[in-house]
Design a protein around this ligand. Structure first.
Ligand SMILES: O=P(O)(O)OC[C@H]1O[C@](O)(CO)[C@@H](O)[C@@H]1O
Length: 383
């Protein structure tokens, strides 16, 4: 494997530092405003904010079922400021601690209650999703290839809907475009290997998941995949990351609509019944590490796939290792460890980036915050 540059530590990146001192406090403020939390939950949440902003990382209480696991995973990191340890690890542990504070894993009324559900539901009921659903009738008039590309781009840009990101980035950010575009290679690959299994590692619920489901339907309906395995998070994570319950909500939104969208929902429901659309929620998707350390079970899932499509920024960070790579290092070189062929559909919302042409990078360097503002995107493929 190529020699790896250092991992991103939040204190070395103004963007990542702000996630702890601005984004997390704002998120917790919103949670406290919408839920009838008891004093103990409120106290745990405000302690978590204090810790993020000016304290040090405390481990999970011993009573937590996975306390031992996290003690090992975080060995050497506890007792340090949140911004002094790898960004990927710290952000992941923040969400585990948040669920601890709300009682998500504990016996009692809060067990299994997704604290982010009100935000996800509002987004699913909002304009972006209804516009997406209406647009399906227009997209149906396009030739197959054009329709496929339109659905791919919709799944890609749907990633900007990420709710955690919008807490501080705000709406109304303009998309500037693709800075690496291997989409033709992706279609070539899907056509030449038609009839196999495609794995799609999902990112966000709501409009992004609706777009993902429509893309999955396209692959199945056109025989580009005989089966699709949809990988989601086993528990609430990074605010809007999709769980199985979110997939069900999105499918229901399609089924309750009219026209083409409803037909998509019906075909997907049938595909699930026939075992052509399968769901996975591996525990590793909420682990604080990159994909180089993925467990054998996941490697076996991905290796035989025609291609594994990774959605979104966080999956990209885990694919590339959340490291200070030279942006022009080839995507294929950085991802050569990944089992099987891999494609990333990602809007740029954090520092890591690989696989850019030198000329593209030169142009981007004149654009403020191009790595983190969500205005640029990549479709990158290792085939
Ligand atoms: O939903 P996505 O595309 O994975 O984006 C989540 C991203 O949001 C952040 O939490 C902050 O932008 C990143 O750290 C993370 O990669």
């Amino acid at each position: 494997m190529t020699q790896q540059p250092p991992q991103i530590i939040s204190s070395e990146s103004p963007f990542a530092g702000d996630v702890f001192v601005k984004r997390h406090p704002a998120l917790i403020e919103r949670l406290v405003a919408v839920w009838p939390f008891a004093p103990g939950q409120r106290r745990a949440l405000s302690e978590l904010v204090e810790e993020n902003v000016q304290g040090v990382i405390r481990p999970l209480p011993d009573s937590a079922a996975d306390a031992g696991l996290w003690r090992d995973w975080g060995s050497g990191l506890y007792g340090q400021p949140w911004t002094s340890v790898p960004f990927l690890w710290a952000e992941s542990f923040f969400y585990r601690r948040l669920l601890e504070a709300t009682g998500y894993f504990e016996p009692g009324p809060w067990r299994g209650v997704d604290p982010f559900a009100p935000f996800k539901q509002a987004e699913l009921a909002g304009e972006a999703v209804s516009a997406e659903i209406t647009a399906l009738d227009d997209v149906a008039a396009l030739a197959d290839d054009e329709r496929g590309q339109a659905l791919l781009l919709s799944s890609l840009w749907g990633n900007r809907a990420d709710l955690g990101f919008q807490i501080t980035a705000g709406r109304g950010i303009e998309a500037s475009g693709l800075v690496a575009d291997d989409s033709a290679r992706l279609w070539e690959l899907l056509r030449s290997e038609a009839g196999g299994t495609v794995a799609l590692v999902a990112d966000n619920a709501g409009s992004e998941m609706v777009a993902d489901l429509v893309l999955i339907d396209h692959l199945l309906a056109h025989g580009l995949a005989d089966q699709v395995v949809l990988h989601v998070k086993p528990s609430p994570y990074y605010v809007s990351d999709a769980t199985l319950g979110d997939v069900a909500d999105c499918l229901r939104a399609l089924l309750h609509s009219k026209g083409k969208a409803r037909a998509v929902g019906e075909r997907l429901r049938e595909a699930a019944a026939l075992g052509r659309l399968r769901m996975r929620a591996d525990a590793y998707f909420c682990a604080p590490f990159d994909f180089t350390a993925m467990p054998e079970g996941l490697r076996r899932e991905f290796a035989p796939a025609t291609v594994t499509i990774l959605k979104g920024d966080l999956n990209y960070r885990r694919l590339a290792g959340d490291r200070w790579w030279e942006p022009t290092i080839p995507f294929a070189e950085v991802t050569d460890y990944f089992p099987g062929r891999v494609a990333a559909l990602r809007t740029l919302k954090s520092d890591v980036i690989v696989g850019l042409e030198t000329s593209t990078l030169a142009g981007l360097n004149a654009v403020p915050h191009w790595r983190t503002s969500g205005t640029h995107a990549v479709v990158q493929v290792r085939s």
